[in-house]
Design a protein around this ligand. Structure first.
Ligand code: HEC
Length: 244
């Protein structure tokens, strides 16, 4: 807990001051700011804890999908399952004003590419040694919505090298399959311990408070793996053969 940096976006406060009615004097604006800040810091810990819980749930669900696909048909089969299931697992874990995704500078799926701000945050996780933060978060104000954003690095483990390693460590057939499914793939040549990317959790405030409480208290029932894809999704393992 001691190794995080905080950057709070003050745009909201500037906005509050700018949009305040003209009759509102400086003292009133100050009071508004004080009460807003108090409410925020009271909820900040809740949101931090809920973010960690959401990442743990998401990781577990993804790993369950990955391991069962690997056991059933090896890494080449698992690529197809990852391709179809990973977005569904992210969506199944996004509810109640909360969302989760994975982003990276060396992407496999271009949908997971970092934007400019995320690239800067990811770079700060790349610092080696004790200076790298465990996680980062900020508050973002836009379209009259206030959003909490939480970032946590993803490290490469030995298991990941079967599909993200160098040409020598990729499982047989994986490279050919990847080239077919992801012609722009840049997510190989990693080594164990490398920074692979980061989780980005976003949560509305205060609208996401109820969901935060559910997450923190483990009150969200586990999705059976078959329903990880959203019910209205046109993409499912059945409708999209893995060797497509
Ligand atoms: C069976 C092959 C396979 C294994 C093993 C595997 N991945 Fe992946 N990984 C994929 C595929 C396929 C995608 C693209 C999913 C998509 O289309 O959304 C992906 C995407 C990702 C992404 C999203 C960013 C991007 O590049 O699109 C991250 C992060 C990631 N993997 C991390 C890991 C980590 C960490 C491990 C080890 C714990 C791992 N992967 C193991 C196949 C694999």
């Amino acid at each position: 807990m001691n190794k995080f940096l905080i950057f709070v976006v003050f745009a909201a406060l500037a906005l509050l001051a700018a949009c305040g009615s003209e009759s509102q004097d400086a003292a009133e604006v100050e009071t508004d700011r004080d009460s807003l800040n108090t409410a925020l810091s009271a909820d900040e810990l809740l949101y931090l804890e809920a973010s960690e819980k959401l990442i743990a749930r998401f990781t577990k669900a993804l790993q369950t999908e990955l391991m069962s696909a690997m056991n059933q048909g090896g890494p080449v089969n698992a690529i197809g399952v990852c391709q179809v299931k990973a977005p569904g697992v992210a969506q199944a874990n996004s509810a109640g004003g909360w969302s989760i995704r994975r982003v990276t500078d060396r992407f496999r799926n271009p949908d997971n590419r970092v934007d400019t701000l995320e690239a800067a945050i990811l770079a700060s996780f790349a610092d080696t040694g004790s200076t790298a933060p465990e996680y980062l978060f900020d508050w973002f104000e836009g379209d009259s919505l206030r959003t909490f954003r939480f970032y946590k690095p993803i490290a490469v483990k030995p298991l990941c090298l079967k599909c993200h390693g160098g040409l020598q460590t990729l499982a047989p057939g994986v490279y050919q399959k990847l080239k077919k499914s992801y012609p722009l793939d840049r997510a190989i040549e990693y080594k164990a311990g490398d920074l692979r990317g980061m989780f980005v959790v976003e949560a509305l405030w205060p609208e996401g408070k109820e969901q935060a409480g559910l997450l923190v208290n483990d009150l969200i029932s586990d999705q059976p793996s078959d329903s990880a894809a959203p019910p209205d999704s046109t993409v499912s393992v059945d409708s999209q053969p893995v060797d497509q």
